[in-house]
Design a protein. Structure first.
Length: 117
């Protein structure tokens, strides 16, 4: 099982980034997907969730209206479109695959997002 994030980088406040997470080694379409982030010195926090079919999504209040999670099951990839970025969005962003019928979930290695003037 492998989850590989990409798309992070340095962006100015108000800018946009699109993160991708490519999955392999499991049946992607049967797993819900989440994005988390971890700022320096802080605990990892949940950002967004998308259900297996992509119909259901949910967001942390801090990103609602600015971030959009989506997935392409044909490409085994989940995305996080981040708009109107703020300084406090800085952190390492991780994707996570979970399935309540399975004994564990899976994590990627993370991609750094830095929002700075």
């Amino acid at each position: 099982v492998q989850l590989v994030e990409s798309g992070g980088g340095l962006v100015q406040p108000g800018g946009s980034l699109r993160l991708s997470c490519a999955a392999s080694g499991f049946t992607f379409s049967l797993w819900h997907m989440r994005w988390y982030r971890q700022a320096p010195g802080k605990e990892r926090e949940w950002v967004a969730l998308i259900t297996t079919t992509g119909v259901g999504t949910n967001y942390a209040e801090s990103v609602k209206g600015r971030f959009t999670i989506s997935r392409d099951n044909a490409k085994n990839t989940v995305y996080l479109q981040m708009n109107s970025l703020k300084l406090e969005d800085t952190g390492v962003y991780f994707c996570n695959a979970f399935n309540r019928n399975m004994p564990r979930d899976y994590w990627g290695q993370g991609t750094q997002v830095t929002v700075s003037p």
